[in-house]
Design a protein around this ligand. Sequence first.
Ligand SMILES: *Cc1c(COP(=O)(O)O)cnc(C)c1O
Length: 468
Amino acid sequence: MSERDGNDMRELLGETAERATRFIESLPDRRVAPERGASELASALGGALPRHGMPASEILARLDEIGGQGVTASAGPRYFGFVTGGALPASVAASWLATVWDQNAFSEVSSPIGAAIERVAMRWVLEALDLPAGSGTAFVTGATMANFTALAAARRAVLLAHGHDVDRHGLRDAPEITVVVGEQAHATLFKALGMLGLGRDRVVRVPADDQGRMRADALPALAGPAIVCTQAGNVNTGAFDPVGAICDAVRADDVRVHVDGAFGLWARASSRLGALAAGVERADSWATDAHKWLNVPYDSGLAIVRDAVALHGAMSIRADYLPNRSRRDPFEFTPETSRRIRGAEVWAAIASLGRNGIAELVEHHCRQARRFAAGLRESGAEVLNDVVLNQVLVAFGDDAVTAEVIRGVQRDGTCWCGGTSWNGRAAMRISVSSWATIDEDVERSIDAILRVAADVTGGSESPSDTAK
Ligand SMILES: *Cc1c(COP(=O)(O)O)cnc(C)c1O
C-alpha cells in the first residue's frame, strides 16, 4: 500500500479502459433490463468484511464480471425509462480525467481548474438557455438539490423583504411564507420544501389542466412573502406551466417564482421549441439537470438564481482557514462544500455539441417521441398526452392490460419503459432522452412493444399490420 508504482497504475487504467470499451460496444445489442437483481448481486459481492485487501486488478475484474450483470443498459440506445440521458463520449472522457485529478472543486485555491471550468460551463449554459448572465449558480447532484438550492435563495429573499434574515435566525419567528405549487409538481420539489422547513404539505395547490399544466387563471390572490413553484416539463407529459403568465400575475418584491425545469428547460436551446418555454426567463430561479437531457454522466444538476446576492447569502460560510469572501468561489453558492469537479463533464458535453448540437439533440428526441406516438397509435394503442416534447404516455387497453404490457416489455429486453398513472389511467411512459438513440432503435422498440402487446391482448394487435 505504501509503494507508489506507476506501472501498476498504467496497467490498471489500461485494463479499465479495455473493460469499459467492451461494455460500451455491447450496448447496442445488450438486453436493456439487467440479468440479476440487487439482493442476488449483494450476496455475490458481499460476504463478511474481508480481513485483507485484494489487488486492484482483481477488484476491477469482480466489479465488471459480477457488477456488470446488474447494470441497466441505460447508457444504451433503447432505454426509455424515467427521464434518463445517456453520456456523451466527450463527457465520459472528461469524467475519467477529472476523477484522476481528484480535485476539490470548492474554491479557486483548492482547484483553479475546478473554479474556472464551472465558470465557463455555466456561462455557456446560461447562454444556451437564454437565462440572465449575472445569475448566481451552483453545480449540484441533480434537480432535487437544484430545487433545494434555488428555493433556499427564494426563502431568504422573500423573508428579507419583510426584515427577517432566515439564514441567521431560522423560521421560528419569521412571517409565514405562502408556498404555491401546481397540482402536478414533481415529487422531489415537495422534498426540497420539506428540507427547507417550508413543509411538504403546507402548500397551496393550484389545479392543473389535462396535460398537467398549472392553470394561471386558478392562481390564488397572493400576499407575500410567497414562493410560487412552477414547472417546465412535466415528468409524464412534458408539458410546461405558463410561467410567463404566472410571473405577470404574481410579480412583487416579496414574491419569487421558481421553475423546476429538470429536463424541459433544455427545450429553450431550440428555436423550434422555444415557444413552448416562452416566458420562462421571466422567473427568478431555475433548477435543471445536466444528467438528463444534456447527456452527461450522473450526477449533475444546476441551480440558477437571478438574485446572486440572495443565493450567496443562503449558501456562503466563513471560517478563518477558508478563502476570503470573493463572491467567486463556488462554495459560496453551493449547499455542499467539498465537491468533485462536476463542471468538467458539463463543459465537455457543451463543447462537443455546441449551441446547434444541443438544439438538434432535443429536436431529434421530440421527433422520435412523435414517431413512437404515431407508430403505437396506428396499431390501436392509445396515446394519452399531447406529445409536445420527448415524453409519450401510452395505454394498451384497461389498466391491467397496460400493466401487463409494461411488464412484458421489460422482460423482453429489447427496450425498457416504465409505468405511471395519468388522469386516473395506467400508462406506459416513453422518454426519449439519449444521444445514442437512432431512428432504427425507435423502430425496433415500437416493433417489440407491439409484439408484446399482441401477446398480451391475444394477437389482436400484430406488428405485421403496422404501417411503417
Ligand atoms: C427528474 C426530475 C426531478 C428530480 O431530479 P433528480 O436529478 O432526480 O434530482 C425534479 N423535477 C422534475 C420535473 C424531474 O423530471
